[in-house]
Design a protein around this ligand. Structure first.
Ligand code: CP
Length: 306
């Protein structure tokens, strides 16, 4: 079984068949992660470079773990301390690394479109680990995997993404992936954090949590980007929490239990209350575990296509 594309650049345009293949493959790898010996041989002899031009904890560690679990050789690159600081371009960096005979590149970059550019200038498979405000496809996939585990099927379930939609690549990947899989997707947040014409992506828009909570199966709560706190997009963290904080008190008023998700890193008691993040309906750490399985699936399916 192979994916339609040699690269994973985003979830926009990825078919339901390919999404299902990745999620089903990830389920098998999740089982591998429960074994005493967690290593399997499919990518033995392949070399993968992780190019991280932006900071990351979860994505960087889980890609590296996934690569090592599949027996690949792994090289890590961080922009700081590299020749990027001497002015070397992304194209030259990538071509020089490829000259060392690598097979796959995982890239996180602050500029939207950097992975797409890379896929045109190198022969290796390219995987987007987050590009600017555009997409974070493996986060979208691990979120879908976690929802599938909890709810059985994504078809017809209502998922609301809450918070800073404007600056969120996680929101975009979730919207594309979930909609393709037949879920009903909405977004909720202040109008200053809502992209223009977001409805064109097929989502409903809410500006009050009280209006959406009664009908949701899952809330995916986004990080409030503290670095944007002084940009005038909302008056204060306290005010944000008062109107858009996902709290136990708010969620307990719902007619049915709501699955609570967050891509991390969390600002406790800002966008989500600490008791809810650690509560019985939170799947935040399952998302992290599934991140390794989903990344193993993507690496395996793309690596097998060479
Ligand atoms: N969810 C996520 O992308 O986290 P990191 O920025 O730590 O990789």
């Amino acid at each position: 079984m192979a994916l339609e594309s040699r690269h994973l650049l985003g979830l926009e345009g990825v078919s339901k068949e390919d999404l299902t293949l990745i999620l089903d493959t990830a389920r098998s790898f999740r089982e591998v992660l429960e074994r005493p010996i967690k290593k399997v041989p499919p990518l033995q002899g392949k070399t993968i470079v992780n190019l991280f031009f932006e900071s990351s904890t979860r994505t960087r560690i889980s890609f590296e773990l996934a690569e090592r679990r599949l027996s690949a050789d792994v090289v890590n690159f961080a922009a700081s301390g590299s020749s990027v600081s001497k002015g070397e371009t992304l194209k030259d960096t990538a071509r020089n690394i490829e000259a060392m005979k690598i097979d796959m590149v995982v890239i996180r970059h602050e500029s939207a479109g950097a992975p797409h550019f890379l896929s045109r200038v190198v022969r290796a498979n390219v995987i987007n680990a987050g590009d600017g405000l555009h997409e974070h496809p493996t986060q979208g996939l691990l979120d879908m995997m976690t929802l599938r585990e909890r709810h059985g099927s994504l078809e017809g379930m209502h998922v609301c993404i809450v918070g800073d939609i404007l600056h969120s690549r996680v929101a975009r990947s979730n919207i594309h992936g979930l909609r393709t899989m037949g879920a009903d997707v909405s977004v909720c947040g202040p109008s200053t954090l809502m992209p223009a014409r977001i409805e064109d992506l097929g989502v409903r828009v809410y500006h009050r949590l009280e209006d959406v909570i009664p009908s949701v199966d899952a809330l995916n709560v986004l990080r409030i980007q503290l670095e944007r706190q002084h940009s005038g997009l909302f008056p204060s963290l306290r005010e944000y929490h008062r109107f858009f904080g996902v709290t136990k008190e708010r969620v307990d008023r719902a007619p049915k239990p709501i699955t609570i998700m967050h891509p991390g890193p969390i600002n406790r008691d800002v966008e989500i209350s600490a008791d809810l993040a650690d509560g019985e309906h939170s799947v935040i750490l399952e998302q992290v575990t599934n991140g390794v399985a989903v990344r193993m699936a993507v690496l395996y399916l793309l690596g097998s296509s060479n």
